[in-house]
Design a binder for this molecule. Sequence first.
Ligand code: FMN
Length: 325
Amino acid sequence: MQTRITKMLGIEHPVVQGGMQWVGLAELASAVSNAGGLGILTGLTQPTPEDLLQEIERCRDMTDKPFAVNLTILPTIKPVPYELYAQAIVDSGIKIVETAGHNPEPYLPMFKAAGITVIHKCTSIRHCLKAERIGCDMVSVDGFECAGHPGEDDITNMILLPLAARKLKIPFLASGGLADGRALAAVLAMGADGINMGTRFMATKEAPIHENVKQAMVEASERDTSLIYRTLKNTARVFKNSVAEQVLEIESRDGATNFEDIAPLVQGTRGREVFNSGDLEHGIWSAGMVIGLIDDIPSCADLIAGIVSEAEEIISQRLTQMLSA
Ligand SMILES: Cc1cc2nc3c(=O)[nH]c(=O)nc-3n(C[C@H](O)[C@H](O)[C@H](O)COP(=O)(O)O)c2cc1C
């Protein structure tokens, strides 16, 4: 299955693993790339730009296939030296970057000068058009279903993807709520050139997180996510647990939410501890509605091969038969 995106990224299958804080380490990114998809290391999971350089080297030792680095530009509790992370990416010789969050324009000249292909993740069509205008090579269209930050417009992929197909000239990945070959076939039909998945890749053998987290995702239904930070206009979709419920309770109080009231609950280090210790109630952790579609913990190779073969079968059998009947 070849698309504009497989050709531009030099990968075998149109399947990308999106950047994931605390999860996007070399173990997962290399497994996805070795399976013919595009694995992505999460830049800010590394405490310093020097650590990121080392993680890129570690990933190179684990795969000779292309992989990318994610640079997420969002409000953080501790200020982040974005410029230095961007410089580390350039210095490492990485050729594909996934940017997300705020406008990546300040970093584009250095990425472009280094011959880097830039994928910007967007949750609205106006941001996709802006990304195209400022010179991003492709976008990842992240619908309301997605884990992490879905934006504030609440538009699902059934609307976003056909709109993207109508309005964009650059190719786009569909992202958010995707887990299987049905989804791949559907989004190709809607105009996407591939899929980006986060949550589904957490429940794989190679994801470097505690088994309890993977098992919780297998057991959860599509109703087990919460939208926190709505009152701060920085919405995040996370796994529904007691910490998320406490955050929502604080947000529901009269008057404007004071971030300081929720900061102790939502510290990144507490979320990281969930993934390390398997204590599901230790902090907040991102997960998408697609947990309702996850019922196994395969290797990345089996997952990607299964998705691609299911999509190929749907296209060549089910859909083709409808035309010939
Ligand atoms: C645990 C987790 C952490 C994430 N962290 C980031 C991040 O740091 N930066 C980013 O751009 N996206 C992040 N995402 C979003 C994913 O890259 C991807 O866009 C999203 O998961 C797609 O939706 P899906 O989970 O339904 O597949 C994260 C997702 C998860 C599940």
